[in-house]
Design a protein around this ligand. Structure first.
Ligand code: ADP
Length: 654
């Protein structure tokens, strides 16, 4: 465009210059003509002077009897002027014909001068004077006629030149006007064309910029030419394409990052190793759109890196091929400096076994390491049959690999934790058992007393039967014996049931019934300690629970309460419903618990009962109720008593 502008302006300039030059030429021509016209006028004056001079001399020559003294001066002056005139004329440039004429005129003037000179210098002979006068007059006449002839020619030339000058003036006017009009039209056309050529691409570019601003990224302008605007348009198109590509790249990154984020989140949620592996393969396949993906992990027992069965896009036979010696993988890791490996021709890559690449028909291979705390856990192996892997894929898989390594470590930790939990549960069960045994120890005297009562009755009535003859009375006594025996058996059954080691057994349980079963086991102890029991049962819905474990909790709380009232007191046992919970409230009027001790009573082995306490009762009770989805709350005032509230959800386990 710059060139075009320069060319256009140069042409305009040349046109104007040509117009001006043409006009100047004409003006020059006109002035030249006018000059020659003026010159001709000047010549005419000279000629007229010449004629006047000649005629004056002639008239002096014709004048008969004139005293020469006076006329001689006039003649001499006029002849001199005449000579000057001819010389003046000859000094100018003339055509050949005119020059010849002027020469002839000059010669004639010379002859005239000579003739007059003879005449003026001759005094003796009048005849001779007369003859010389006649000669001079003749020459003078000839001079006059030649002058007239030349005047005639000059007049013709003057006319022609004047006409030509007028014509030239008219022509120059026309040319000037035409030049001006032409210049104006050409300038206007050039300006319009140039403006169009400048504004069209500008408009196109403005429009394209607007399209891009409105979100139409990648918009291409159709404008094309070889000027700077064409270059600008093609650069603009390239920029728009780059913008679109960049935008798509950013979108792709965002998609990948959000995919990565959800993948990594899912990793941390999964705790089972196999699930982690499966999830990894699936997610990598989704994210990178790969044909095959699997995990190669170190197998401790075999001292090898083995491809996990949870692979994507590989069958069992293919997975079987992917087993590598530890050393080989370690070397590969060292060789790659821990960076991901991309091979777009694994069949011809020294680092890989070509047999595997051929067998699995792999066109490109990507390996990202699973490395954690100085240990190679393994690698993610992704392969494609139809496309090559990019650096971007490698970067993404590396990020994924880092998260996976943590996820695998987490899963391993979780596995260890689970094993420890199982161990802990077993220990806890043993503790529960020993607590039970301790409780049985406490219960033994109660139970013995409970059994003693029916046994005393049985023995007493057996004695009575021995002497009794009345069969009806015997039957009556026997039924008492039977009832008392059943009571004793029930007490023994409950004791055995409590002492038995069993796993958690949940059933539909009526909490009121559980409490009612517990009361006989503790009532004797309460009686011995002068503790009055008050029971208040609200109608309750059944809940899912292990009744045996609940009994253990209730016995423990009641025994503690009785122990806290050595001088006797009151223990109220009340059940009620609060929303979705069942409350069992044990309120005693015992010694209470010091404020600073309350936080400790649920700690294992915390006891204030020297020699007799184990400190396990409440801690085990708490974990049992917690396992049921409930909790135990304590309120206590030293010297006034304590309230233990057991809260159990109605629906059972949550
Ligand atoms: P243990 O009964 O073997 O001491 P527990 O875990 O059952 O173990 O009880 C821990 C401690 O809680 C008891 O030693 C006692 O100091 C305190 N305690 C429990 N219940 C009461 C209560 N009702 N009144 C006062 N103190 C209590």
């Amino acid at each position: 465009m710059r060139k075009r502008l320069i060319y256009s302006l140069s042409i305009l300039f040349l046109l104007f210059t040509a117009g001006i030059a043409l006009s100047m030429l004409y003006i020059y021509k006109i002035t030249a003509n006018l000059e020659s016209v003026i010159n001709l006028h000047r010549v005419e004056i000279i000629r007229q002077n010449l004629v006047i001079n000649t005629q004056t001399v002639q008239s002096n020559l014709y004048a008969e009897g004139t005293a020469f003294g006076k006329e001689v001066d006039v003649i001499v002056n006029n002849v001199t002027a005449l000579d000057n005139s001819v010389h003046t004329c000859s000094a100018c440039h003339h055509n050949k014909q005119m020059t010849a004429r002027l020469k002839d005129l000059g010669d004639t003037v010379e002859q005239y001068k000579d003739a007059i000179s003879y005449l003026l210098t001759t005094t003796a002979n009048p005849e001779r004077i007369k003859r010389l006068k006649t000669v001079a007059v003749d020459i003078g006449d000839s001079l006059l006629s030649k002058t007239q002839e030349m005047a005639f020619i000059a007049d013709k030339s003057l006319n022609a030149k004047t006409i030509q000058a007028i014509r030239d003036i008219n022509n120059s006017r026309v040319i000037l006007i035409v030049t001006l009009i032409l210049a104006f039209i050409i300038a206007l056309t050039t300006a319009v064309t140039l403006t169009r050529q400048i504004t069209r691409p500008v408009y196109e570019l403005v429009n394209a910029a607007r399209m891009i601003a409105s979100g139409n990224l990648g918009y291409q302008t159709s404008y094309k030419d070889k000027t700077e605007f064409g270059e600008l348009a093609s650069n603009f198109n390239a920029m728009s394409t780059a913008l679109k590509d960049g935008h798509e790249k950013v979108l792709r990154y965002i998609r990948q990052l959000s995919g990565l984020y959800s993948i990594t989140l899912s990793f941390y949620r999964i705790t089972d190793m196999e699930d982690v592996y499966r999830e990894i393969c699936q997610q990598v396949a989704d994210l990178l759109k790969v044909g095959q993906c699997g995990l190669i992990l170190y197998d401790n027992e075999r001292d090898m890196f083995i491809h996990q069965p949870s692979a994507f896009g590989l069958n069992n036979d293919e997975i079987g091929l992917l087993r590598f010696k530890r050393q080989r993988i370690e070397n590969l890791f060292k060789f790659s400096n821990g960076l991901p490996i991309v091979s777009n021709n694994p069949a011809n890559d020294d680092r890989f076994d070509p047999r595997i690449a051929n067998a699995l028909n792999e066109r490109s291979l990507l390996i990202a390491w699973l490395y954690r705390k100085g240990k190679i856990l393994g690698a993610i192996r992704a392969a494609n049959k139809d496309r090559e892997f990019t650096e971007e894929d490698a970067r993404l898989l590396t990020i994924l690999g880092n998260h996976m390594a943590v996820a695998i470590e987490n899963a391993e930790l979780y596995k260890n934790l689970q094993e420890q939990m199982i161990e802990l549960r077993e220990t806890q069960e043993q503790l529960v058992q020993s607590a039970k045994l301790a409780a049985i120890g406490e219960l033994a005297s109660n139970v013995a007393h409970e059994i003693n009562n029916p046994l005393t009755s049985i023995l007493g009535y057996t004695e009575l039967i021995k002497d009794e003859r009345d069969i009806d009375l015997i039957r009556e006594d026997l039924s008492i014996i039977e009832r008392e025996s059943l009571r004793a058996r029930e007490i023994v059954r409950q004791l055995l049931e409590f002492a038995r080691r069993r796993p958690l057994q949940v059933t539909d349980v009526d909490i009121n019934e559980v409490l009612k079963d517990v009361i006989p086991l503790v009532s004797n102890q309460a009686r011995l300690n002068n503790v009055e029991l008050f029971e208040e049962y609200e109608d309750l819905p059944k809940t899912i629970a292990d009744s045996n474990q609940l009994k253990q909790v209730f016995i423990n709380i009641i025994n503690n309460a009785i122990f806290a009232m050595p001088e006797g007191g009151k223990l109220s046992i009340r059940t009620s419903r609060l929303g979705e919970y069942i409350l069992v409230i044990f309120k005693d009027t015992g010694i209470g618990i010091p404020k600073e001790v309350i936080p400790k009573i649920f700690e294992p082995f915390f006891t204030t009962k020297q020699d007799v306490g184990t400190g396990l009762g409440l801690s085990i009770s708490y974990s049992i109720i917690q396992n049921h989805g409930g909790r135990i709350d304590v309120e206590s005032q030293e010297g006034k008593g304590s309230t233990f509230t057991v809260r159990l959800p109605i629906k059972g386990f949550s």
